[in-house]
Design a protein around this ligand. Structure first.
Ligand code: B12
Length: 233
């Protein structure tokens, strides 16, 4: 549960990069995407790892945007602006993210049909890319048959499925079932993640996945364990 008047702020004063995160969100809520972007690019230039920017700035800022939207402290337009601006700022970091050649495994990442929340799995895919994986991020709202085709075409080692709204959990199960039904997908490890899995332990098993992880960093660690366990061909 992370909405409603009783939910505390996601911007804890003692959190890593707390000052940067507050400055970043304040700039966005002021409608100043340029200032928000400058804060992030300056931090990266001084050596703050992009993984920290993702986990300690973008993620809590987005959660805080959701909380402020739910408490009616910001408008829908402000919330949408913050999200769109964060996607722009993330894209400015891609020259750093895609600097690593992808040879350590292949990832296909997708959100299920109907679910429009795409930033979480984008972050997951970017963490894999920074870890040396070859990544294929399909974005939001991808039909089942097309995801299965992508898994086969890309010879994916891992399929990362993200869902935010619990109503779309049946789509997760349906997608996993479709992947499992294909002999040519038999070696792919299926990871699931997002809000419902973070709030309900064991849910990942109910949808037929091989595992889950709470955030992008933990997702890469888990995937590396799956990859390292695979017999070499
Ligand atoms: C931005 C946003 C939107 C945008 C999304 C745009 C976009 N391009 O992504 C828009 C405006 C479309 C939207 C729409 C809706 N939203 Co919305 N949204 C959000 C918001 C503010 C931020 C989401 C986000 O970017 N999070 C940041 C990322 C980094 O976090 P994350 O997704 O948790 O991802 C991390 C982990 O979960 C994990 N992870 C994620 N995926 C995966 C996958 C794998 C395999 C693994 C291992 C790990 C993993 O790693 C990620 C990185 O560390 C959230 C607030 C929140 N608390 O999340 C509300 C929120 C999710 N939305 C909510 C709601 C209600 C809606 C709507 C129903 C509103 C409406 N009435 O229309 C619609 C539903 C639309 C739909 N069909 O999907 C509620 C959900 C409440 C609930 N109980 O389900 C929230 C929580 C807001 C709130 N406080 O109430 N939303």
């Amino acid at each position: 549960m992370d909405s409603g008047p009783d939910v505390p702020s996601f911007l804890a004063p003692d959190a890593p990069l707390a000052v940067l995160t507050r400055g970043y969100l304040t700039a966005l809520l002021d409608g100043d995407q340029h200032q928000a972007s400058t804060l992030i690019l300056d931090a990266v230039a001084t050596g703050v790892p992009i993984t920290d920017i993702y986990l300690y700035v973008f993620q809590p800022a987005q959660y805080e945007v959701g909380r402020l939207w739910a408490t009616h402290d910001i408008s829908v337009a402000q919330a949408h602006y913050c999200t769109a601006a964060t996607q722009v700022v993330m894209s400015k970091l891609y020259p750093h993210i895609f600097a690593v050649a992808g040879q350590d495994g292949t990832l296909v990442a997708t959100c299920v049909a109907g679910d429009l929340h795409e930033i979480g799995n984008r972050m997951v895919a970017d963490f894999f890319e920074m870890d040396g994986w070859d990544t294929h991020y399909l974005g939001a709202n991808t039909p089942v048959a097309d995801v299965v085709t992508a898994v086969i075409d890309r010879k994916a080692d891992v399929l990362a499925i993200s869902v935010t709204i619990s109503a779309y959990l049946p789509e997760v199960s349906a997608l996993i079932k479709a992947v499992r039904a294909r002999a040519d997908c038999s070696t792919v490890a299926v990871l699931v993640g997002g809000r419902p899995f973070n709030s309900t332990p064991g849910l990942w098993q109910q949808v037929g996945a091989d595992g889950t992880a709470a955030d992008a960093q933990a997702a890469v660690k888990l995937a590396n364990r799956f990859r390292d366990r695979r017999p070499s061909s």
